[in-house]
Write a protein that binds this ligand. Structure first.
Ligand code: PMP
Length: 360
């Protein structure tokens, strides 16, 4: 049995892949695949409408929000957000909670005069911490506040939505669909697809309709223009049709699995199991304050890093794949999105316990 702990592109639900395999040569009785039909064909358009409705049902997206299926992944949105909803002379607020929000900040600086970092991660007695919102230096006139609720590389998460007076923009690339959220608290939610939605190259944007009316910067490229993409139902140009189809299948799978309430329970069980293993052993450690620990991406270090290579070699031999930490932080990282079964977390913890005992 293989368990794939990749941070992204990440494992997809096996039933979705099996269905896609089955439909590859004959989708909906056409005699060819979904990749070989016009995106404007009524059969394809119907599929996209159902995908949007399923996502709306899963996330309980209010009617005054538009859902866009765009190009350019998560990073495409790092530029699309400021270009669409801030003017060049604006001030925008960003929480710097790790590597991905740092990249977002760097990109925003190209398009907006003042990018104010409201807070960054601090090392406190309980570990790496995101300071509480009451300690943030918020700008009174920001066009929006941007944050990343789950930092994929750092394994740091902010589990509550910041309560601020400006539109909140969230990069949910690695946490979307992992638990229920109140969409009405956000101005924009966006996510690259390759963790909890489907294959890479697709991004989902959920935007409150009044923000579509903000003056976009004139030079925003048309494929990245939210207002035009909303008016064109995300078909201003040819979308990534296969990724959209797979996303639609993942949404159906999620509904059949019990929706986001069920995912929240599932994800908490898996991550609790792994954190417990790390915390109860002097062989492993995790440096993040308990309230900011991610339930999707769990970094952990071996107290003796000289054993890292041996740990990874043995893990792979046992079918536990892609556990190497990101090149910027080293150590290990286990990513466990919706598609990772509990048995995967269990197999990892069993292996870690055995490995620690053998190297005492
Ligand atoms: N934001 C977050 C939180 C991510 O984890 C990633 C990718 N791992 C990105 C943005 C960038 O996504 P992409 O590679 O699709 O541009």
């Amino acid at each position: 049995m293989i368990f794939n702990f990749s941070a992204g592109p990440a494992m997809l639900p096996a039933p979705v892949l099996k269905k896609a395999q089955h439909e590859l040569l004959n989708w909906q009785g056409l005699g060819f695949s979904v990749m070989e039909i016009s995106h404007r064909d009524p059969i394809y358009v119907k599929m996209t409408e159902e995908a949007e409705q399923d996502l709306r049902d899963l996330m309980q997206i209010p009617d005054n929000y538009s859902v866009l299926f765009m190009h350019g992944g998560g990073r495409g949105q790092f530029s699309a957000v400021p270009l669409n909803i801030a003017t060049p002379d604006a001030t925008v607020d960003y929480l710097n909670s790790g590597i991905w929000s740092g990249y977002g900040i760097r990109e925003a600086k190209k398009y907006v005069q003042v990018v104010n970092e409201v807070a960054c991660v601090e090392t406190r007695a309980e570990g790496k911490t995101i300071p509480p919102v009451s300690e943030w230096s918020l700008s009174p006139n920001a066009s929006y506040l941007h944050y990343c609720p789950n930092e994929t590389v750092d394994g740091i998460a902010l589990h509550e939505v910041p309560d601020v007076s400006v539109p909140v923009v969230a990069d949910m690339s690695s946490s979307i669909l992992s638990e229920p959220i109140d969409v009405s608290r956000f101005g924009i939610i966006y996510a690259g697809a390759q963790k909890n939605i489907g294959p890479s190259g697709l991004s989902v944007v959920i935007i409150r309709n009044d923000l579509l009316e903000r003056t976009a910067q004139q030079h925003v490229c048309t494929v990245m223009n939210y207002k035009i993409q909303a008016a064109e139902k995300s078909m201003y140009n040819t979308p990534n049709t296969f990724a959209w189809y797979l996303a639609a299948e993942v949404f159906k799978w999620l509904k059949a699995e019990g929706g986001l309430d069920a995912m929240a329970v599932h994800n908490k069980r898996k991550s609790d199991l792994l954190y417990e293993c790390v915390d109860n052993s002097s062989f492993y450690h995790n440096t993040i304050a308990p309230q900011n620990r991610s339930r999707m991406n769990i970094p952990f270090q071996l107290t003796n890093p000289e054993l890292d290579a041996e740990f990874l070699r043995r893990a792979e031999r046992e079918g536990l794949m892609s556990l190497k930490g990101h090149r910027f932080v080293g150590g290990m990282r286990a990513s466990m999105y919706n598609a990772m079964p509990y048995a995967g977390a269990q197999a990892l913890v069993d292996f870690m316990t055995r490995f620690a005992n053998e190297h005492k």
